[in-house]
Design a binder for this molecule. Structure first.
Ligand SMILES: [Zn+2]
Length: 324
């Protein structure tokens, strides 16, 4: 059994401590996707972060394995390490150049979504005006498919996400998104989006973020409730976990340089208060409690194993293995 967390965030700083990753490893996690940049981060910061994270992983081969393919995850499990992949949140760092996708893949990026809450030249954000996937966006979907990266639709506009899923020749995931039917928020996704994702053969990974779970003190039970909703709607083979824990570190400034405006990226009319201050995440030991919480929703042990990682492993095997 593989346990897979489809998204979390360390400070976007090359010297960020991997202590949170060690805690996740201790709670039984086998693979984690960590964010290396969003649409608000300049390329200089993203490259510096990728170099720093890669160096930390390489310096501790007893603890971490940099992931290229599914075999690396099996190897990490056998060796008692945790496997680490990178994800990109937004297409602005692709510089409107489809070739950039394969370059990021070489650097350890295994998953990407095209917009972070706001529109860009590739795709729509979930907190912006709906336009649809652009012509450049269609070329980017093809580049993500060709590079064998997981196409993600988190943070993406609803109509645009449906167009991405229709355009993709490979399964598409939501690495961290929750059902709108349970909590009304612009970041949460409709039943139509969940059905379309399942239709690609993909997986909806539910997050552990307070606002999107509809509670100020999110727990494993809340995550399990959202997972069970997706399972009831489209089948348990399309459910995963992406807790989206965000870790900060005293003294480490990871704020994007320049005229960064948090109220633009997390707009107040969309339900954010002072950007994302006040957002809470599930406790760090949540991974050790998820199995029993999922079982309490009525899932059998083999279904729990699919949700905790079996489904994402299946999709990654197909998508990562398809690089041309
Ligand atoms: Zn995110």
């Amino acid at each position: 059994m593989i346990r897979w967390d489809a998204h979390m965030c360390l400070p976007l700083h090359p010297q960020a401590s991997f202590a949170p990753i060690d805690l996740l490893r201790a709670s039984g996690l086998n693979y984690v996707s960590i964010n290396v940049g969003m649409d608000m981060n300049p390329l200089s910061q993203i490259m510096s972060v990728i170099a720093g994270y890669r160096a930390t992983i390489a310096a501790h081969p007893d603890r971490y394995v940099q992931v290229g393919g599914v075999a690396d995850i099996e190897r990490a499990k056998a060796g008692g390490q945790i496997a680490v992949g990178f994800d990109l949140e937004g297409a602005i760092p692709l510089l409107e150049q489809a070739d950039m996708v394969a370059l990021y893949a070489r650097l350890g990026v295994r998953q990407i979504h095209f917009a972070y809450n706001r529109n860009n030249s590739v795709a729509d954000g979930c907190h912006d005006v709906a336009r649809g996937l652009t012509a450049l966006g269609r070329r980017m979907v093809a580049a993500v498919n060709a590079a064998g990266l997981l196409m993600d639709c988190s943070h993406t506009g609803r109509q645009c996400s449906l167009e991405i899923m229709a355009a993709s020749g490979q399964p598409v995931i939501f690495s961290h998104a929750n059902p709108l039917a349970l909590v009304e928020h612009g970041r949460n996704i409709t039943d139509a989006q969940i059905r379309a994702c399942a239709g690609t053969g993909g997986v909806v990974c539910v997050s552990g973020v307070s606002k999107f779970l509809g509670t100020n003190t999110p727990t494993a039970q809340d995550v399990a409730r959202h997972a069970a909703y997706v399972a009831d709607l489209v089948g348990v083979q399309h459910v995963g976990i992406g807790l989206d824990n965000g870790f900060s570190e005293p003294g480490l400034n990871d704020r994007p340089p320049g005229d960064f405006d948090p109220a633009y990226w997390w707009p107040e009319p969309a339900g954010y208060v002072n950007a994302i201050t006040g957002v809470c995440y599930t406790p760090i030991d949540t991974w050790s409690k998820l199995a029993s919480a999922l079982q309490a929703t009525g899932m059998r042990a083999e279904e729990v194993a699919l949700v905790l990682g079996g489904n994402m492993l299946r999709v990654a095997q197909q998508v990562w293995g398809s690089a041309t």
